[in-house]
Design a protein around this ligand. Structure first.
Ligand code: NAP
Length: 271
């Protein structure tokens, strides 16, 4: 049996997932990075190897897969189990953020659920039986502050993250007596590409840093086996979360008004 603990990090090619993969490697884990873009995966793998891996045997393993693809996720999970023989930590970070609520089309709304909720469900469904059979393991799911406090204009994203909080909390109770620890991390705005693309105009240093999430994981892993942590919320300090919510609400309201005006112009042009 492989003696080196194995951590599977979805969304491990950048942002929060990459920072956590980095932390796991510094703690001696063999890491498996899961994301879609093979080039980003290779890049992350190269950087982490240069920093931590003395030889190819310790370098991160990678799996390029769209976690919205049910069959591909199931096949990837089976491959990982076959190849590594054990899963000590599943860190579910792969996620997407798309603004909107009732202005979302059904495909986009569904996509948010497929990536942010169904994928963590599938990875947990695949790995939990192996953790139970081995007598222990950890799952850490990255939901969001938006999975606890819904703000205007992000209804689809929030719904998917509220769902993940519920799934995790139920699993936390189910598996507590079976030696498995399941924790949900709910961060506010984190300084990553996601926040830069979809977020409000916050300065990078005003946000939670990906390394803060990585330190939270280190802290969770340092707990004795007699302690379980169901949920951790990491908010931006000061009044940043409130400011960001107000700015986004204004931004989305403005966008909706302009969409209406554009549509009216289309109708006028056609008539
Ligand atoms: N940034 C924030 O402000 C913030 C706040 C609260 C919660 N979160 C949550 O934290 C998690 C990580 O976010 P982040 O800020 O690190 O985002 P990020 O920088 O955009 O990174 C997202 C990661 O997920 C992967 N990913 C996205 N869609 C995927 C798919 N369909 N299949 C496989 N991999 C996929 C991306 O790789 P590919 O694109 O190559 O697939 C990338 O590795 C997400 O669940 C997000 O909702 C973020």
């Amino acid at each position: 049996m492989n003696q080196v603990p194995v951590a599977v990090v979805t969304g491990g090619s950048r942002g929060i997932g990459k920072a956590v993969a980095d932390e796991c490697m510094s703690l001696g884990y063999r890491v498996v990075l899961v994301a879609r873009n093979p080039r980003n995966l290779e890049q992350a793998c190269r950087e982490l190897s240069e920093k931590h891996a003395p030889d190819a045997a310790h370098a991160p393993d990678t799996a390029a897969v769209d976690v919205a693809d049910v069959a591909a996720v199931k096949a990837t999970a089976e491959d990982i189990i076959r190849k590594h023989g054990r899963i000590d930590l599943l860190f579910n970070a792969a996620g997407i953020s798309i603004p909107g609520t009732f202005d979302l089309d059904v495909e986009t709304f569904t996509r948010l659920f497929e990536v942010n909720l169904r994928a963590p469900f599938l990875f947990m469904q695949a790995f939990l039986p192996h953790m139970v059979a081995r007598g222990g393991g950890r799952v850490i799911n990255v939901a969001s502050r938006n999975g606890k406090v819904a703000v205007a204009g992000l209804g689809g994203y929030s719904a998917s993250k509220y769902g993940l909080v519920g799934l995790s909390e139920s699993a936390y109770r189910d598996y507590a007596a079976r030696g498995i620890s399941i924790t949900t991390i709910c961060p506010g705005w984190v300084n990553t590409e996601m926040a830069a693309n979809e977020g409000p105009s916050l300065r990078p240093e005003e946000m939670v840093q990906p390394e803060d999430v990585a330190r939270t994981v280190r802290w969770l892993l340092s707990m004795s086996s007699s302690v379980r942590v169901m949920e951790v919320m990491l908010e931006c300090a000061g009044d940043v979360e409130r400011r960001a919510s107000v700015e986004l609400a204004k931004l989305y309201a403005l966008r909706r008004r302009h969409e209406q005006e554009f549509n009216e112009l289309d109708v006028q042009a056609e008539s």
